[in-house]
Design a protein around this ligand. Structure first.
Ligand code: HZT
Ligand code: MN
Ligand code: MN
Length: 386
């Protein structure tokens, strides 16, 4: 008889979160039926040492962010259990997005997924996702970044983690997790964004990793950064660098930020590669005359289904076109390539291609959505896993 090896996931301890909150595996229960509005949990509160503990302030929309964060925690608890070597990348993306839609009670762009599931492997840092005919499967030595979003009324939770099945990557995961928490601890009103970057780089580069007898330094990725989030706007106007880039911009009261860091055994610099899957409508661009009738049809579908939230072309191939509530099983957009290209050429839609460091390198990522206030910082998406 052949021995069956049980694979262990590193960096994740979340096995019983679904049972703690009374959710099923796979998830079937709607968030509003588990929590009512007065019962929504706040995230981890980190008090400013100049003030000490105090009451929380009910900023605009914080309840929607907290509910979306609870959906994120439940979906990731499910997927952390589901994800194993041999699983199809396509199935992982669809499981994450479909369970998000169920728990959040999808309603077009009013509530649902915040952006396409990022599933970026090894030297790919970000913005890869499955295409509809994807055949790729997870390998036991892969370093997998899962970056997905949930949203209610345009309040987007943007949070990401790394999964591996081989203990040799432990110091890489620890370096990145520690760097993200350093960024979060240093965040606050009037803090210079570049100072947060400096603290992130210092922690990240204090780590190294041994792989196959070689010792690699761990670099921050200098051309990736965190960002602030506005309603229906995944990246607003501020960037949180991963090093001191000399920017004197400061954080302000009430702002929502995605604090994300990336550690790499490569050059610490990413470049766009391969075919693009992530797209987003530019709301302020004027709508030009289109060359093809199909282009206008795709434009209308994007506007009413995703609005200004990022989307991927895999969703065009779904029978519901990305929203069962809006389209039932009549939402599929076929032969979309020429039309989507015209939208990109005319600047109506922006492309977000997958981003890679050098061949053979490994990248890890951790990301949380936080709110900055005068007296505390709320780590809205914090869970028992990361
Ligand atoms: C773009 C497209 C998406 C925003 C950061 C990010 C995933 O790199 C200014 C700062 C989802 C998000 C984004 F589909 N990007 N966070 N999580 N990607 S970004 C960016 O383009 S723009 C960072
Ligand atoms: Mn993200
Ligand atoms: Mn982000």
């Amino acid at each position: 008889m052949t021995k069956k090896r049980k694979c262990k996931k590193y960096g994740i301890i979340n096995s019983n979160y679904l049972s703690i909150v009374g959710q099923n595996y796979p998830p079937t229960k709607i968030i509003d039926n588990i929590y009512n509005n007065i019962h929504v949990k706040h995230g981890e509160i980190i008090y400013n040492k100049d003030y000490g503990p105090d009451n929380l302030i009910n900023y605009n929309n914080i309840i929607d962010f907290r509910k979306a964060a609870e959906v994120h925690r439940q979906v990731r608890a499910y997927i952390q259990k589901y994800l194993k070597p041999g699983k199809k990348i396509y199935d992982i993306c669809e499981q994450i997005e479909n369970s998000s839609r169920i728990i959040i009670k999808e309603d077009g762009y009013l509530r649902g997924v915040g952006f396409p599931t990022g599933i970026s492997i090894n030297n790919c840092a970000a913005h890869d996702t499955a295409v509809y005919d994807d055949t790729r499967i997870i390998d036991k030595n892969d370093v997998i970044k899962i970056d997905f979003g949930t949203q209610i009324n345009g309040c987007i939770i943007d949070s990401a983690f790394t999964i591996t099945f081989n203990h040799r990557y432990n110091s890489l995961l620890e370096a990145v997790k520690e760097s993200t928490y350093t960024g979060i601890k240093n965040a606050g009103v009037d803090v210079r964004l570049a100072d947060i970057g400096a603290s992130i780089q210092e922690v990240m580069e204090s780590y190294e990793i041994e792989l196959d007898g070689y010792i690699y330094p761990i670099h921050v990725i200098k051309n990736l950064c965190g960002h602030n989030i506005d309603k229906y706007k995944i990246h607003a106007d501020k960037l949180v660098p991963l090093y001191d880039n000399g920017d004197n911009t400061k954080m302000e009261d009430g702002e929502i930020y995605a604090i994300e860091t990336f550690g790499s055994t490569g050059k610490g610099y990413v470049y766009p590669k391969e075919t693009c899957t992530h797209y987003m409508l530019n709301k302020n661009s004027t709508v030009p005359r289109f060359r093809f009738k199909k282009t206008k049809q795709i434009y209308n579908h994007i506007l009413q289904t995703y609005n200004t939230l990022p989307f991927c072309d895999r969703w065009f191939n779904r029978p519901d076109g990305g929203s069962y509530t809006l389209h039932r099983n009549n939402g599929k957009i076929s032969a979309y390539n020429v039309g989507l290209n015209e939208l990109c050429e005319k600047g109506v839609v922006s492309k977000y291609p997958p981003l890679y460091d050098i061949e053979g390198s490994y990248i890890a990522q951790y990301e949380h959505t936080i709110q900055i206030t005068e007296k505390y910082c709320e780590v809205i998406s914090k869970g028992i896993d990361y």
